[in-house]
Design a protein. Structure first.
Lengths: 440, 322, 186
């Protein structure tokens, strides 16, 4: 019987409020924490692959509520195989795939096809998000039952908002029955117009169409009202504005069922990044002002924001290397997410590393109700080794994702993912310092 | 030759006036003043850029600016190629970078770029080895237009510092306004922008200008009035309720000019929408310097081509070499 | 190499410069049999000053005003590809028609002849003059083109690497011509 022992690492598992030096024993694809002093437990095992994790953090595999895998339809941007491999590289062992594929994930068959491809790729676990409306066109609702039976964990028309208030009401009503969230890409399309970036001084100087903050907040406010009306579960995707965070905060106080996520780039960057027409910083919702960014950080600190999600949205380089107004929105975020969040949230002292890990593991897993993001005994052995001392320079050319576009190119990030295990299987391990014990 | 070679110009590209120092702007204006005389000679040509190839890469139709650049290049003896490509060439599968790389393979020295999208000259400059001159990009900048405006003001008023300049029109969508705001404020003018609220971009005050919605206020006390063209399509997007209303509130006519300074200069980048932003009395009257602007455009563009093409490759963006 | 060159130091003082210009003015009038159709073209910067002074001297002798133009030859240089960034252009100011005029081109120092070549090309673009003569304050030799001066203030044998420094009151506050050695004698 073979097993892996991760020895002497600092195990941080917010789901159990554990933070201390432990050995992690992986046996039959599940985990068990062992006190370093407890030699007996590991000695029983015949063939033990020992990995010394001294000085490293051992944390549950990250969970991403918001990944665009592009397959089916735009395999030139990303495939399920490349996207899940990129997830692993970034420490994500579970990811939610957004439905804005071509065709959209609006039928059980497509969902099953995606899941099959994901199984074949055997990288990160994929949890599909189904479309709310057929073809994400905002006209007719999809068959929710069919989508959830096929394996969806939530519904969204992401990439586009669901603007029709009546359909949003119906979807929120249905969410009560399934206890799954309706994930809204909050954007007033008319107000958005041909917007390119946040409407502010930078857009004025560059002479490009702005996207005012109200584009987001109008829809968040409406959806909160609809959530209150229906008792349904609203999840606000990639929140970007100070006012949006405020709306969610007030709604939560009133007991309305609303949750929300924030992306690493909105926590780290502002619209200043767009100076010089940097299309690598063109995302939707747009990077906003430092005031908004500070409010997002505040929202993370006070718990208004429930978790961090990447909104990994890869594109080909030729599409992205275009005039700012024609370049597509979106960046490759999986591989920089943890280190960038660490730099924006933990280094300045806003939150602890434990809290950050929680926001990327148990918090999203519990929110979307999947079994992941924990190192509880006998849970699936998805975990990550982090070197807290190793800084690295972002080089998009080395990204595993097909999308080589990042707004943090060249930035030095302070912590590094050095090992990832999925289902107890080693996916990668940097500077492998292992030894085989010879108990037989 | 005993005279030391002096220059203050080391930039390889001219992408906008935002990044230029007042000294750099003055270097262009001085050079233009020297070059203006070339166009008055019997043989309007000097050999300064002999053997250089300049591509006029116009993704957006333009007769005036392209003609002006072409004349400027020819008067400096450069060879010019005109490429008029629709902005939608991207949909045909070729990207802007592809287009530029193909042209670079033909060994060219400079691209004069006009595009409906803001930032295209910046994008090309990042990928091209040749010099890039912005001939107007979206609503971003139109540096040579602002330079010729500055040159024209300077010709009439000697000094720009301290002058009160009002820019009236669609500020939101105007690259001419942006470049002029940068240029004028750097040279010490007091700039007021005047437009209906729908045609003013947010936080424009931070560019160092005063804002008014009242055309009479903009005209009074102004030393220079710059009018901008009102595009009829603004009406379709509900930015202005109608051309008539615009004319009534913001059009410059004899009545509105009654309170103007006697030595007021009226400028317009052309083409003038007669009867909208400017009536014939104002466009053709004694205050109008609109045709001087056109004449000076060639001298200013000659200066820009001469300076930019002469800049060595990979030079830093600032610093004087004397 | 044996240098038959002048010694470094002062070559001409203010008075010597003035005497040269008076002599050249006389020579110009003599050569052209008067000042009919005569015009002076000074090459920027110091040639322009010298041309103005020659015009004054000529007027003093002949009681006739001769027209003076100023030529900037920057745009006609043959070393564009070798000097970067491009040198600053100054204004050319020739307000009269040069067609059928007898032109005297004026510069401070005649060296390789390239400046004069550039000036001749430039003048061609202004029209067809009757003839062009050349007046210089100092001829230091080392011609690289078949050009010679018609009127010379002073011939100075030099090493190629030497430097002749002409300073005139109008541009430099002091007035003298000096020979400077480059980086010490070899």
């Amino acid at each position: 019987m073979s097993a892996i022992l991760i020895r002497n690492g600092r195990v941080i598992d917010p789901s159990q409020k554990i933070d201390g030096t432990f050995d992690l024993l992986i046996h039959d694809g599940v985990v068990e924490l062992v006190k370093p002093s407890d030699k007996k437990r590991s000695e029983k095992i015949n063939e033990l692959h020992v990995i010394d994790a001294t000085g490293k953090w051992v944390v549950p595999g990250f969970v991403d509520l918001h990944t665009h895998l592009r397959e089916p339809g735009r395999e030139d941007k990303e495939t399920i195989a490349s996207g899940t491999r990129a997830a692993i590289a970034g420490g994500f062992t579970s990811i939610c795939a957004m439905p804005n594929t071509e065709p959209a994930m609006d039928h059980g068959g497509i969902v099953e096809q995606v899941l099959q491809q994901a199984r074949r790729a055997n990288n990160a676990q994929v949890y599909p998000i189904g479309a709310i409306t057929l073809g994400r066109k905002g006209k007719e609702l999809t068959n929710f039952q069919e989508l959830f039976e096929a394996g969806c964990v939530g519904l969204s028309d992401d990439g586009d908002p669901l603007t029709n208030s009546l359909l949003m009401r119906r979807a929120l009503e249905a969410s009560r029955v399934f206890n799954r969230p309706i994930i809204q890409h909050a954007e007033d399309k008319a107000l958005f117009g041909k917007g390119v970036m946040h409407e502010g001084y930078v857009s004025t100087v560059l002479g490009v169409e702005g996207i005012p903050s109200e584009t987001e907040t109008i829809i968040i406010a409406r959806d909160i009202d609809l959530a209150a009306l229906t008792g349904g579960w609203l999840h606000v995707a990639h929140i970007s504005t100070a006012k949006g965070v405020d709306l969610v905060r007030q709604a939560k106080k009133l007991g309305i069922r609303v949750t929300c996520e924030v992306t690493p780039h909105h926590l780290a960057l502002t619209h200043e990044e767009l100076k010089g027409f940097n299309s690598m910083a063109k995302v939707n919702p747009p990077l906003r002002t430092s005031k908004d960014r500070d409010a997002l950080v505040q929202g993370v600190m006070d718990g208004t924001i429930d978790c961090i999600a990447t909104d990994h949205a890869p594109h080909t380089d030729w599409e992205k290397c275009a005039p700012l107004d024609t370049a597509p929105f979106g960046i490759s975020g999986l591989e920089t997410a943890f280190a960038l969040c660490y730099q924006s949230l933990v280094e300045p002292g806003h939150i602890s590393e434990n809290r950050l890990i929680e926001l990327m593991t148990s918090a999203p897993a519990e929110l979307i109700r999947i079994e992941a993001g924990t190192l509880k005994k006998d849970s699936i052995a998805d975990f990550v080794l982090v070197d807290p001392e190793q800084s690295w320079k972002v080089n998009a050319k080395t990204f595993v994702s097909r999308g080589k576009n990042t707004p943090v190119e060249g930035r030095v990030l302070p912590v590094k993912i050095v090992g990832v295990f999925k289902n107890g299987e080693m996916k990668f391990l940097e500077e492998e310092k292992t030894q085989r014990s010879e108990h037989a | 030759m005993s005279a030391a070679i002096e220059t203050l110009w080391t930039r390889k590209h001219l992408l906008g006036l935002e990044d230029l120092s007042a000294d750099e702007i003055n270097t262009i204006l001085k050079t233009a003043a020297s070059l203006k005389e070339v166009s008055l000679r019997p043989i309007k040509k000097v050999p300064a850029l002999r053997g250089k190839t300049i591509v006029n890469l116009f993704f957006e139709p333009s007769t005036r600016t392209r003609t002006s650049f072409e004349l400027a290049a020819k008067r400096l003896s450069a060879d010019t190629i005109n490429i008029a490509s629709s902005s939608s060439s991207l949909t045909k599968g070729e990207t802007i970078i592809d287009t530029v790389n193909n042209l670079e393979a033909l060994k060219v020295d400079a691209f004069v770029v006009r595009h409906a999208s803001a930032g295209v000259p910046n994008l090309i400059a990042q990928h091209a080895r040749a010099s890039v001159i912005n001939a107007g990009d979206g609503a971003h900048e139109h540096p040579t237009q602002a330079l010729l405006d500055l040159f024209t003001i300077q010709e009439h008023r000697k000094k720009i510092a301290g002058l009160k300049v009002s820019i009236i029109g669609d500020i939101s969508h105007s690259r001419v306004a942006r470049s002029n705001i940068w240029g004028l404020t750097k040279l010490g003018a007091e700039v007021t922008v005047c437009a209906p609220p729908t045609l003013l971009p947010v936080e424009i005050e931070r560019m160092g200008v005063q804002v008014t919605h009242d055309a009479n206020e903009a005209v009074e006390n102004a030393d220079v009035l710059m009018l901008l063209r009102i595009q009829h399509e603004r009406q379709e997007t509900q930015l202005i309720p109608g051309i008539r209303e615009y004319r009534l509130r913001y059009g410059i006519d004899a009545q509105r000019l009654e309170k103007a300074k006697p030595d007021l200069l009226i400028m317009h980048p052309g083409p003038v929408n007669r009867g909208v932003e400017l009536d014939s009395f104002a466009a053709d009257g004694k205050s109008s310097v609109i045709l001087d602007q056109v004449t000076n455009g060639v001298a200013v563009r000659m200066a820009v081509l001469y300076l930019v093409i002469g800049a060595p490759e990979g030079t830093p963006l600032e610093g004087a070499v004397v | 190499m044996n240098r038959a060159a002048a010694k470094p130091g002062l070559l001409m003082d203010a008075q010597a410069i003035r005497r040269s210009l008076v002599r050249i003015a006389h020579e110009i009038i003599e050569r052209n049999k008067g000042v009919q159709d005569l015009a002076l073209i000074g090459i920027r910067t110091r040639g322009a000053v010298l041309a103005q002074r020659l015009a004054q001297e000529i007027a003093a002798i002949d009681q006739h005003e001769v027209e003076v133009g100023i030529l900037d030859i920057t745009l006609y240089r043959d070393d564009f590809s070798r000097v970067a960034p491009n040198p600053i252009v100054h204004e050319t100011d020739i307000k009269f028609d040069i067609t059928n005029k007898r032109l005297v081109l004026v510069d401070d120092v005649l060296f390789t002849g390239r400046t004069i070549r550039a000036a001749l090309n430039a003048l061609h673009d202004f029209g067809r003059s009757k003839c062009i003569q050349l007046a210089v304050l100092v001829d230091r030799g080392h011609r690289e083109l078949p050009i010679r001066a018609d009127f010379v203030g002073k011939n100075v044998p030099t090493q190629f690497s030497d430097r002749i420094r002409v300073q005139l009151e109008d541009t430099d506050e002091i007035e003298c011509v000096k020979l400077e050695l480059s980086g010490g004698a070899v």
